[in-house]
Write a protein that binds this ligand. Structure first.
Ligand code: TRH
Length: 394
């Protein structure tokens, strides 16, 4: 029997949960679906523990879900795996880089997995080698939405799991009850809110409170809770719900990452952000609003526009107009309430559109398989979970 392919994934947590969110998904998938022995090096185990409660932040080394998790500094003492994945250009420590160089390109494949963008330049840069001192290339790997990119993370059973969940009439009720939340009123529109800080949502909340159709708003912990509390004139604690007119507001707890999908599936509209929740909302095939990571030079508007061009290229004009208006308004360019009303009026069509988009994306191979192919490994047929990576001490 040959040793499993060893893979080192490196994650530097810059802020929030997306850095570790994407790294953790990739690490699990490489272990579970491709039989790799994965070591995940992370510099912030407290943030990791928020999305994966099995993590014990004080432990030096631990194995969770078939992935060997190591503190960042352990790279100083270990030999590189067969594949090295640097998430989002996080810089590796000099000693580890020297060992990559010493072992050489025939033994180590070195990849920099970059941020997600729908912009056209991505296809031209994806898989470009970046020569490094010592004569070894680092490969730029870009996720994306087209066959010319590295695709999106998607577990092999994800869409089947969603379909099975949707067939179960009580699935939503069970999911909510397990979080201590009441079922939404009958025929209510359910809206999941996981966005960055955004001022001036009072008029939007007021519009939902005054609407004829009931709405339930599920609010994740984060900056929007303060905005909601201000409008309510009370502090909504986690697990608590309150009603204003037609609007029920529920303060959700932060859930383990593996339960996050279920809440997207339970919603009629998902307001998401960053990268990972944005991608998961697309696999959820729900009408969505993307709050892009705000950049000081407004560069995020180019990213929104690039994505919308792809997402809406075959949409009917009503869907096109409603989605564009709400995304722009949510990101700070336009009036929120009229955009929300327009979006609500087109919801059935937007939902059909989201389903078609999800099917379209699913025709492209997933990111983990593409990453292995990019380094010359033909992904094996799906294998059960791998053994954990042995430590290769120098
Ligand atoms: O948290 P984000 O804003 O993350 C990021 C970071 O800002 C990062 O620096 C930047 O590089 C990237 O965006 C673009 O949003 P994102 O990407 O959606 O990540 C959130 C993660 O948290 C995702 O994996 C889902 C997970 N999550 C849970 O596990 N439980 C929860 O309850 C929620 C709300 C999210």
């Amino acid at each position: 029997m040959t040793d499993p392919l060893s893979c080192d994934v490196f994650c530097h947590v810059v802020d929030n949960f997306g850095d570790i969110g994407v790294a953790w998904r990739l690490a699990r998938q490489l272990a579970h679906e491709h039989g790799c022995a994965v070591r995940l090096f992370v510099d912030d185990l407290n943030t990791f523990a928020a999305i994966c409660p099995q993590i014990q932040p004080r432990m030096g080394q631990q194995t969770v879900d078939s992935v060997n998790i190591l503190p960042w500094s352990r790279q100083q003492q270990l030999d590189p795996g067969d594949i090295v994945v640097e998430m989002f250009g996080c810089h590796l420590m000099p000693g580890y880089v020297e060992r990559i160089q010493r072992l050489g390109a025939r033994r180590v494949r070195w990849v920099n997995l970059e941020h997600l963008s729908a912009e056209a330049w991505v296809e031209g840069t994806h898989l470009r080698p970046s020569p490094q001192p010592g004569g070894i290339d680092k490969l730029f790997f870009f996720p994306g939405f087209t066959p010319g990119t590295g695709g999106l993370l998607r577990e092999s059973d994800l869409l089947a799991r969603r379909a099975a969940w949707e067939r179960l009439p009580s699935a939503r009720r069970i999911a909510l009850r397990s979080l201590g939340l009441p079922p939404p009123p009958e025929h209510a529109l359910t809206v999941l809110l996981f966005s960055y800080a955004r001022a001036s949502i009072a008029a939007w909340l007021q519009a939902m409170a005054g609407a004829s159709r009931p709405t339930t708003l599920w609010i994740f912990p984060g900056p929007m809770r303060g905005e909601v509390d201000e409008w309510l004139n009370m502090q909504l604690s986690t697990g608590q719900s309150t009603v204003r007119g037609s609007l029920t507001l529920c303060a959700l707890p932060f859930v383990p990452q593996q339960r996050f999908d279920e809440l997207l599936w339970a919603a009629d509209v998902c307001i998401v952000r960053g990268e990972d929740s944005f991608v998961r909302a697309q696999w959820a095939a729900r009408p969505m609003v993307w709050h892009a990571y705000p950049q000081h030079d407004q560069a995020h508007f180019a990213k929104i526009e690039a994505f919308l061009q792809r997402y809406l290229h075959d949409a009917e004009p009503g869907v096109h107009g409603a989605v564009t208006a709400l995304w722009e308004a949510w990101n700070g360019d336009g009036e929120l309430v009229p955009a929300w009303l327009q979006f609500s009026a087109w919801l059935p069509q937007i939902r059909r559109h989201a389903q078609a988009w999800c099917e379209h994306l699913a025709a492209t191979p997933d990111l983990a398989s593409q990453l292995l192919r990019a380094v010359g490994v033909e992904p094996p047929t799906r294998e059960p979970a791998a053994a954990t990576a042995p430590d290769r001490l120098k």
